[in-house]
Design a protein around this ligand. Structure first.
Ligand code: FO1
Length: 319
């Protein structure tokens, strides 16, 4: 069976861990029976200090490879920040990004391979040789796409990188617009469209619908390919609030109500065949999308595996 999961960071990575658990997949992503191909969001990516940082790819890789800082959901476990402190001692900006020493090694490998001409997809494959996440992790594109946020503040209207808005400002400054710089000219990375075409099921995890799933869908060709497959999504919003993160700040930036129903409507019936909502949102209705409710809090491995199994069974039933 071939499953495709477009995924962002923390929510997507945890859902994938549950999907692997319910399918009995370990570190080997192709046991000949079931393969999971992850289309990772690269809109969060940022270049800092000459290093290319890919937060969502790294969160999936570390989470499924066993290196993630579990409580944070990003960065490495057993992390130290000596390089960050030394950079600050030199007066280097920015100081608001939590760059860990172990994480720096990942970014050095990536920067060195990209400087040698390797595309991001080849770099990701090489990094996964170490982490063995048990899935095929593909960036959504090998081209440079970066999410920037248009804001109004005392310095007037200007665009700042998504990471500055998200990490430095905690998305507290209203976003006038969220822009995927480079998305219109980007091409899906090698293997992305083929994986979608060959998929028995495509599952949208509870990632941020705007800056993670929305960013992936903004790469020309990906949304179109997905409309031709069976797609079941899991709502990231429960009872009118995001389970984690600040998806509400992103949704209001694009004029979408923070509700399970509104997110399904935003994705649209041409994309979504099925939509899982929490029991708190039972009764949500969107024409053209079959909506079912079940507990959606990914409290632990067991509950997350049950959610992933429910989404997969739902997709196979609708196929
Ligand atoms: N998120 C934070 O809230 N604070 C940080 O200092 C931070 C550093 C960081 C370093 C590497 C990395 O891969 C991710 C990091 N993140 C941090 C998460 C990052 O902002 C993600 O893009 C968001 O969590 C959205 O997925």
């Amino acid at each position: 069976m071939r499953i495709v999961v477009p995924a962002g960071g923390i929510g997507g990575a945890r859902f994938l861990r549950g999907l692997k658990t319910t399918l009995g997949i370990g570190a080997d992503h192709d046991d000949g029976k079931t393969t999971i191909t992850v289309i990772g969001n690269t809109g969060d990516d940022i270049t800092l200090f000459g290093l290319r940082i890919c937060p969502d790819l790294d969160t999936v890789m570390y989470t499924l490879g066993g290196g993630i800082n579990e409580s944070q959901g990003w960065g490495r476990t057993d992390e130290t920040f000596v390089v960050k402190e030394e950079l600050a001692a030199y007066g280097m900006q920015p100081t608001w990004f939590g760059l860990g020493d172990r994480d720096v090694a990942t970014h050095i490998v990536r920067a060195q391979m990209m400087a040698a001409g390797y595309p991001l997809s080849a770099v990701t494959e090489a990094l996964c040789d170490r982490w063995r996440p048990g899935v095929r992790l593909l960036p959504m594109t090998d081209d440079r796409v970066e999410t920037h946020v248009l804001i109004d503040d005392e310095n007037g209207r200007r665009a700042i990188h998504f990471q500055e808005w998200w990490v430095r400002h905690r998305a507290a400054i209203p976003a006038v617009r969220i822009i995927g710089v480079g998305a219109a000219d980007a091409e899906p990375a090698p293997g992305v469209l083929e994986a979608i075409h060959e998929a028995d099921a495509v599952l949208l995890p509870p990632s941020n619908p705007v800056v993670s799933i929305g960013s992936i869908l903004s790469v020309p060709g990906i949304r179109e390919a997905l409309t031709a497959t069976t797609v079941v999504g899991v709502s990231p919003i429960i009872g009118g609030a995001p389970v984690r993160g600040m998806a509400d700040a992103c949704l209001s930036a694009i004029g979408v109500e923070t509700s399970a129903r509104a997110v399904a409507e935003h994705y649209g019936p041409e994309l979504l065949d099925g939509w899982l909502v929490d029991e708190a949102d039972d009764g949500a209705h969107v024409a053209g999308i079959e909506i079912r409710s079940r507990p959606l809090y990914m409290k632990d491995t067991e509950s997350t595996a049950a959610i992933a199994r429910a989404a997969l069974d739902f997709a196979l039933e609708l196929k």
